[in-house]
Design a protein around this ligand. Sequence first.
Ligand SMILES: Cc1cc2nc3c(=O)[nH]c(=O)nc-3n(C[C@H](O)[C@H](O)[C@H](O)COP(=O)(O)OP(=O)(O)OC[C@H]3O[C@@H](n4cnc5c(N)ncnc54)[C@H](O)[C@@H]3O)c2cc1C
Length: 353
Amino acid sequence: MSARSLDVLVVGCGPAGSAAARTAAEGGARVLVIDRRQEIGQPVQCAEFVPTPMLPYTKVPGVLTQKVDGMLTFLPSSASHASAFPGLMIDRGAFDKVLAERAVAAGAELWTAARLLRLDGQIAEVQHEGVIHRIEARVVIGADGPHSLVARSVGVPEQQVVYTRQYTVPLLQPYLDTDIFLSDDFPGGYGWLFPKGEVANLGIGADRRFEDNLKLPLERLHRAMVDRGLLGKAVLARTGGAIPVSGLRPMVHGSTLLVGDAAGLTHPITGAGISAAVISGERAGEAAAAYLESLDPAELADFEEDVRDQFETTLERAVQRRKALEQVWRRPAAQDDNIMRSGWIAFEEYFAA
Ligand SMILES: Cc1cc2nc3c(=O)[nH]c(=O)nc-3n(C[C@H](O)[C@H](O)[C@H](O)COP(=O)(O)OP(=O)(O)OC[C@H]3O[C@@H](n4cnc5c(N)ncnc54)[C@H](O)[C@@H]3O)c2cc1C
């Protein structure tokens, strides 16, 4: 066992962890960021869509793959609805790597293949290169995703998640929309087709309480898109993963902070979480550095307040919409276009009081 102490330990080097490590290091803190993955960003578990305000983060060769203009939402009756939905498709592996490189360039130390085993107060046990390290950190930032061990260690109950399955498939023609499929075939989630140049990410999410088998509905959706003439039959890559859907969790626990998916910042209806991960991570890193200077806990409380100001209303609405939809899945009402409209962000009914 080796022992060391430092200012900030960031657990997880996804978008939230990289952003936190970078801003904490820029603020003058001695930062170590760890990730259990061998290679940052791999394997990709993402549909790779980000909203337009993320453009500055994509201005590195290899990150931006294409722009998207609109959203085409398919309702249970097969009626479709077109809406404006500008955004960017990225290479998520390259994106995560660039963010991690920026953290390192700012002075953060990065350990890959390094797993947090235990966190007890400010003392972390980390396994890295066959050695157990006992690391004492003045601030710990939990950026360790949906099943955050940091969150569990500070006593936060598990969050509800939706499971996903996604294929990357050939895209047979240039396509500028994101297609969304609202259907009882994907209860508690939805189907998506996101274009990425010559390929597309085709996926589904579902709540396991209503549907445990994601393979069959995804294969049916794939066949339907092949019949539509939009996609090829080949499956070039497969992925999936968990998406938190129960909304915000308390983010400040003494001098341990939670960010990104670990803080429940992913949108419970759309599953989008990259942008909130980056924003919350950046703010947490800044707050950690300011707190280490002043030792004023208000710096940490301000971090949570700022993140809540920005995201809470949107996430609360999404949690409420999920609750309403949970009453209809696997019932006749799930075939009702009007009910589905009130549960999806492309429709004004979603935003009604
Ligand atoms: C299939 C799928 C599609 C998605 N599509 C989109 C999309 O198109 N757009 C969008 O905005 N969002 C999307 N999301 C959500 C998005 O991926 C997440 O919101 C985002 O990754 C959150 O970033 P994060 O840094 O908080 O967590 P993560 O990216 O999950 O990073 C957490 C990191 O912590 C590491 N880690 C975990 N435990 C430990 C430990 N004990 N020790 C060391 N390291 C640890 C993990 O290896 C991981 O690298 C999708 C999610 C899934 C599953």
